[in-house]
Design a protein around this ligand. Structure first.
Ligand code: GFP
Ligand code: GFP
Length: 841
């Protein structure tokens, strides 16, 4: 390669190439060097933030040495790579993770102590990288961790938003959104000004025949925006592999800055153009599982897909292979439909730019992509209006029409008598205006489509994508049940539990092979072990209680049963069912005698989660929770028996405190609506019980841990449709206990009843789409069972240990291996040699 150091000079280079620290003294020397030079601070001027920065920079250096080697190793190995395209990567904090994954947390702890700092305080300085909304984005982050840990050559591609998901504040019970500008100091990214791609928008398509009689299509004029790469190292656990997450940032292309305007004094307008370009990667869109079709969002999607695809193609071309080998070298996974334009873009690159024939190109495209669906909610399926695409991406629209034409012709050939079928499977919806159905395009352009839990993967085949099963046969559709990384969600979030487990089963190997947790089962009757287990849960509850004290200003009793529901606020996730249940409990307490009250199990109901800014019903739910809390928490009749806490601004780093502290967590979506859920897995892995519906991954969790270890309730997904029908056409009556709850709200117990009217009328008058009333009885009864069960602490701890022992299946490592085997067809890289070298030095 041109830019290599000449062969005979490489010894000099190697002599000086950094090795990275391993000891406490080396760490301190690196950190202090960064504090004094990179940050220009002195020992008289070093606060916790500076200490964090120095520590982070020292670890970043350390990671980047391995990152460089990993990238080289992967390039030389020249194996197939996986590219994970996701508009969201909800990474959370990086420092703790980096320290644990490279196995140097204790070194840092001692080093920081030497310099006068507590490691926990330093870790807490970091701003969360909150480039995601919820489950979908966090799944992508868990996947990156597993791909690196398992030594797969795999990259993530995303956008470098200047603003992550908004910060949530609660003012007078209402959610208020504050911008999350998080890039003031971000040591975890490397701007790569040498890696950039020009991305085109608007313009027009010129088709002509050239001198050799070849049809040429060129996309002309319009606007060019430059994508610059920012690389984020992703360290694997206990391995030298450090993979790459490449995030694109937008800026005006250098050719684009209008010097004419500049010279004629229109400086402001030239700057405005610059800013317009930067807007593309400025904000993460809050998602409410409702498609809203904003042009800027489409621009984001194309910008990111185009930049990523050009980078992938550039890398492939370095290998000088034939195009027909493309899909032997490249697998691309589409995380939901957001990156569907990548399919069209690759076809465009191959046909328009590289001159391949349509069919040859299309074969390459369809063997390269896989598509993961994350929801069956019809209102969440992405569609873009044809006029919008026509204007922004004129060539892409032509390609989409061509893909559709060929697809429909093939369908017609096979099902000549089924005219309706053509309309149903067409990529174009014949509405006013016409719409492009992105999920259909994703299915047609991919070789595999997967759901994220068994029930969900079955449902997509029988509901939203039923017709495609008819067209392609069932084998194109598959399931990969979601998973979570035990490194972050056990080892990092719950270090004491991780340590106890390791001490019992002999090593920390379970963090790389989670099925080893089953070695805990023989200890379920070990008294000492159970005592320690219970003590750790209690300590975690104390930690959460302290967090509540500092953030909310009131105390909760850590001996109470902690009942937690944290996730995005959405009607289908049914936080309203939970808060109605809380009100029901509150009313019951109020009507009891002091004697009866003494028999109750005290409870702390914790809620957390953001509502999309435009999702008014979700905001109303938040409002109700807060208002109920205001009344209940200061009611002297209630005292410690019930506390209602809404934790503001739920995010990954807060989840790390909340998840280990639950006795019960709630996963209570209307059956058939939650594709998988992943926090259910996190809570159980940390020894919490769950109350849940037979939905998403709850079903598989039940299968793994046993029915006796989970509190299930509610209607089944196969009954949902009939129930909904009955609400409109049968003799439907709202559950009488729920009516009492509504009366209590209407009386003004929690303030202005008008504020909550829509929540009630949605159930009483508008058909109760999410079946809150149908499930209310069994929900409350199951909560009573939980109280009973909690009284027998010994049996409770047995359940807790047994469940954790059986959670091995839910590691994202299993999940990534399944994708690798059944969809991507990639093999891990051998790093044994590298490990040995490292062990020797
Ligand atoms: C990647 C990395 C580079 C690294 C090479 C090594 O480049 O930093 O030097 O791999 O092969 F980004 P591309 O594959 O992106 O060209
Ligand atoms: C979505 C689905 C969840 C699923 C995740 C990851 O999460 O059921 O577990 O994706 O597959 F709804 P949200 O982003 O909607 O929370």
């Amino acid at each position: 390669v041109e830019s290599s150091i000449p062969e005979h000079m490489r010894e000099a280079w190697k002599k000086f190439s950094p090795k990275g620290f391993t000891t406490k003294d080396e760490f301190e020397s690196e950190a202090v060097k960064h504090i004094e030079t990179t940050l220009a601070r002195s020992l008289f001027n070093c606060d916790e933030l500076a200490a964090y920065s120095g520590t982070a920079l020292a670890f970043r250096d350390r990671l980047i040495i391995d990152w460089n080697k990993t990238q080289q190793r992967q390039s030389f190995a020249d194996q197939k790579r996986l590219y994970y395209l996701s508009l969201e990567f909800l990474m959370g904090r990086a420092l703790d993770n980096a320290m644990l994954n490279v196995g140097l947390k204790n070194v840092a702890k001692d080093g920081l102590a030497d310099l006068g700092f507590r490691i926990e305080d330093i870790i807490a300085q970091e701003h969360d990288a909150a480039l995601g909304n919820g489950g979908l984005g966090r799944l992508a982050a868990c996947f990156l961790d597993s791909m690196a840990t398992l030594n797969y050559a795999a990259w993530g591609y995303g956008l470098r938003y200047r603003y992550g998901i908004f910060k949530q504040e609660i003012q007078d019970g209402y959610q208020v959104e504050i911008p999350d500008y998080w890039l003031d100091f971000n040591p975890w990214e490397f701007p790569r000004h040498d890696v950039s791609v020009d991305v085109q928008f608007y313009g027009w398509v010129n088709k002509y025949t050239n001198d050799e009689g070849k049809q040429i299509v060129s996309w002309q004029d319009g606007e060019i925006v430059t994508a610059t790469a920012y690389d984020v190292p992703v360290p694997g656990y206990g391995t030298p592999t450090v993979n790459n997450l490449r995030l694109w940032s937008s800026k005006a292309s250098s050719g684009e800055f209008d010097f004419a305007k500049f010279n004629s004094g229109e400086y402001e307008s030239a700057v405005a153009d610059e800013q317009r370009a930067e807007t593309i990667s400025a904000v993460l869109y809050p998602n409410d599982n409702l498609e809203r079709g904003k042009e800027l969002r489409l621009k984001q999607q194309y910008f990111w897909c185009a930049a990523s695809l050009h980078d992938i193609v550039r890398r492939f071309k370095k290998s000088k292979r034939k195009w027909s080998e493309f899909s032997d070298q490249v697998a691309i996974q589409l995380n939901d439909t957001h990156p569907t334009l990548a399919i069209v873009e690759l076809q465009r690159i191959l046909v328009d730019m590289e001159g391949l024939g349509w069919d040859e190109a299309w074969t390459i495209v369809t063997s390269t992509f896989g598509y993961t669906n994350h929801t069956v909610l019809p209102e969440a399926l992405e569609k873009w209006s044809v006029p919008l695409i026509q204007n922004l991406l004129p060539r892409h629209l032509q390609i989409i029409y061509e893909i559709n034409l060929q697809f429909l012709q093939s369908v017609e050939k096979r099902f000549p008598k089924d005219r309706d079928l053509l309309g149903r499977v067409s990529i174009i919806e014949e509405s006013q205006p016409k719409m492009v159905r992105m999920a259909y395009l994703a299915i047609i352009g991919s070789h595999k489509v997967n759901g994220v839990a068994e029930l969900h993967s079955d449902l997509i085949k029988t509901t939203i994508f039923k017709d495609f099963v008819k067209v392609y046969g069932p084998d194109k559709f598959t399931n990969v049940t979601n998973g979570i990384t035990p490194r972050r969600w056990l080892h990092q979030a719950n270090p004491r539990l991780s340590e106890l487990i390791a001490s019992k089963i002999g090593s920390y190997e379970f963090l790389k092979d989670l099925t080893l947790l089953n070695k805990l089962e023989p200890f379920v009757d070990d008294k000492e072990f159970k005592k320690e287990w219970a003590e750790i849960k209690y300590a975690n509850k104390v930690r959460l209680a302290q967090h509540i004290q500092t953030t909310k200003g009131y105390s909760v009793n850590p001996k109470a049963l902690f009942d937690i529901q944290v996730k995005r606020i959405h009607e289908y996730k049914r936080q309203q069912l939970n808060i109605f249940g809380v009100i029901h409990r509150y009313m019951a307490i109020k009507s009891m005698s002091p004697e009866e009250r003494k028999k109750l199990v005290p409870r702390v109901s914790v809620f957390g989660g953001k509502a999309a800014p435009g999702y008014w019903m979700a905001k109303t739910i938040i409002h109700l929770i807060n208002k109920v809390g205001e009344v209940v928490n200061k009611d002297p009749d209630v005292g410690d028996l019930l506390k209602v806490v809404f934790l503001e601004d739920y995010n990954v780093s807060k989840a790390e405190i909340i998840v280990p502290a639950s006795d019960i967590s709630e996963h209570i979506s209307t059956a058939g609506t939650e594709a998988s859920g992943t926090s259910n897995m996190k809570f159980v892995l940390n020894g919490g019980m769950i109350i849940g519906t037979l939905d998403g991954a709850n079903i598989e969790i039940t299968r793994e841990i046993g029915e006796q270890n989970i509190f299930l309730f509610g209607n089944l997904s196969e009954d949902v449709e009939d129930l909904r029908h009955h609400h409109f056409y049968g003799d439907y009556k709202v559950n009488p206990e729920l009516v009492k709850v509504f009366d209590c709200i209407k009386k003004g117990t929690f303030g202005d009843e008008g504020a909550f009217g829509a929540l009630i009328s949605g159930i009483v008058e508008h058909g109760d789409y999410y079946l809150v009333s149908d499930d209310f009885n069994s929900y409350c009864q199951t909560q009573d069972l939980i109280d009973e069960a909690y009284k027998d602490q010994d049996a409770w701890v047995t359940k807790s240990i047994t469940s954790v022992a059986r959670m091995g299946f839910f590691t994202s490592d299993r999940c990534i291996n399944e994708y690798a085997d059944t969809i991507w067809n990639i093999e891990p890289l051998d790093v044994a040699e590298e490990k040995e070298v490292r062990a020797r030095t």
